[in-house]
Design a protein. Structure first.
Length: 179
């Protein structure tokens, strides 16, 4: 039983490293090829679903390791380890790129995000006063600072954990011989 728990955690860590590599390489390639793509909402959606998919695969593999049966706790733990490691690697890549290597890229992205927000608010017919207020607030925040990226990591972990709870609930399967 102890060996199975070690294998389960090792498998989850490996999937986390895989997820981190996927997210980190994607972020790096987009940074190099077309930094403007990092402002596209659909990229975030795609990466979100990739992370969820890798989390599900991790839980399925853990279930296989445990002989086809997995408790809610084991399923959630497998998912959470995978997501936490994968997102952490991506945050480290983001910090290296936008804080250490190229802080000007962070400024550029912040400006792009502000312009996108302004045009969206204008297209929705928001009053100019509200637009200016929102833009001033955005300008006072650096989304790519070390603190902001760590805060975003914690927020993402919370959001992904909600999905992890649902996935664990769906994928759990009791061993009838233990009842």
């Amino acid at each position: 039983m102890e060996q199975e728990k070690i294998s389960l955690k090792k498998s989850s860590v490996n999937y986390g490293l895989t997820l981190g590599a996927i997210l980190g390489v994607t972020t790096t390639l987009i940074y190099v090829v077309s930094i403007e793509m990092l402002t596209k909402w659909w990229l975030g959606v795609i990466l979100f679903f990739i992370a969820i998919a890798v989390g599900i695969v991790s839980v399925a593999k853990s279930k296989d390791i445990l002989g086809g049966f997995i408790s809610f706790k084991e399923a959630f733990t497998s998912y959470f380890i995978t997501i936490a490691i994968g997102l952490l690697i991506n945050v480290i890549v983001g910090i290296l790129i936008f804080v250490v290597i190229d802080p000007d890229a962070a400024v550029f992205l912040q400006e792009q995000i502000i312009e996108i927000a302004r045009s969206m608010m204008e297209s929705f017919g928001a009053p100019e006063e509200e637009i200016n207020k929102a833009i001033a607030e955005m300008e006072s925040t650096n989304n790519y600072s070390l603190g902001s990226q760590i805060q975003a990591y914690v927020t993402q972990l919370a959001i992904y954990s909600i999905f992890g709870l649902l996935i664990a609930l769906i994928m759990k399967k009791k061993d009838p011989s233990l009842e």
